[in-house]
Design a protein around this ligand. Structure first.
Ligand code: SF4
Ligand code: FES
Length: 201
């Protein structure tokens, strides 16, 4: 498969950015979006050009690091799923794909496609934790928890802190993220002592 990429390039927050065109050729349909960017970067490095800066870590949809806007959608066309879980077979051969950073005021741009998502860390620091010393993991059945509470807590804990909800929201609101962090603690007995004070901080 062949693609024309229009990628946001910006040296740093102080310089002006712009979309730069690159060709991605002979791409296997089973290549992930980030692997495709890796190959484009290898070509840029071989030509002595600066590679495209983008964030990633787990590349399996669990760390929330790969904050890309693909064709105007936070994380791209595969819902629900992170940018690292998008495969090139999802696009038409010959398509033009626009790749930008997350566009949200709380996520200031660092370079190219990399943004600073530490605003989410500040939300967790404000109350998304249990203050009691938890020690090491206890025996699983030592605190009985009703199954439906555990299930609901697990659903909220599935938030990977990627920030796509803020990037997709016209107001750049992170309320989905905040609600997930508050809820996963509120559904479990360990989160109960600080339940009422947590959201007031
Ligand atoms: S709630 Fe927001 S931060 Fe959490 S996984 Fe969903 S989009 Fe990402
Ligand atoms: S790189 Fe971890 S979720 Fe995409």
């Amino acid at each position: 498969m062949n693609f024309r990429l229009k990628v946001w390039r910006q040296k740093n927050p102080k310089t002006k950015g712009k979309l730069v065109q690159y060709e991605a050729t002979n791409v296997s349909p089973n290549t992930s979006f980030l692997e495709m960017l890796d190959v484009v970067n290898e070509g840029l490095v071989a030509k002595g050009e600066e590679p495209i800066a983008f964030d990633s870590d787990c590349r399996e949809g669990i760390c929330g690091t790969c904050s890309l806007t693909i064709n105007g959608e936070a994380h791209g066309p595969d819902h629900p799923g992170a940018a690292c879980e998008v495969y090139m077979r999802r696009f038409k051969d010959g398509a033009t794909i626009v790749v930008e950073p997350f566009r949200a005021k709380p996520f200031p741009l660092i370079k190219d496609l990399v943004v600073d998502r530490s605003a989410l860390d500040r939300i967790v620091q404000a109350g998304g934790f249990v203050a009691a010393r938890a020690g090491s993991a206890p025996e699983a059945n030592s605190i009985p928890i009703p199954k439906h509470h555990a299930d609901r807590a697990m659903e909220a804990a599935a938030c990977i802190g990627c920030g796509a909800c803020a990037a997709a929201c016209p107001n750049a609101s992170a309320m989905l993220f905040t609600a997930a962090k508050v809820s996963h603690l509120a559904f479990l007995p360990q989160g109960q002592p600080e339940r009422t004070s947590r959201v007031l901080k």
